[in-house]
Design a protein around this ligand. Structure first.
Ligand SMILES: [Zn+2]
Length: 72
């Protein structure tokens, strides 16, 4: 995937193990392990989804509705 962005030159990941944000330049693949605590890739999740959302359909993400329902 090639992304043309002038404002953002890095993509952000967050490590769920240590809670740190990992910044990676565009063009560099997702880190295979957390550079801070060494957690595996499974613990690392993308923070910013990039310029375009790949939401399915309209009306917002389905998981958000689910969360609201569970809170009641
Ligand atoms: Zn970590």
């Amino acid at each position: 995937m090639v992304v043309f962005l002038s404002s953002t030159t890095t993509k952000k990941f967050i490590c769920y193990a240590c809670g740190r944000v990992i910044e990676v330049p565009y063009g560099v693949p997702k880190p295979v392990a957390c550079p801070f605590c060494g957690a595996p890739e499974a613990m690392i999740h993308r923070l910013d989804k990039g310029p375009h959302r790949r939401g399915r359909g309209r009306g917002g993400p389905p998981w958000q509705k689910r969360l609201n329902e569970e809170e009641k």
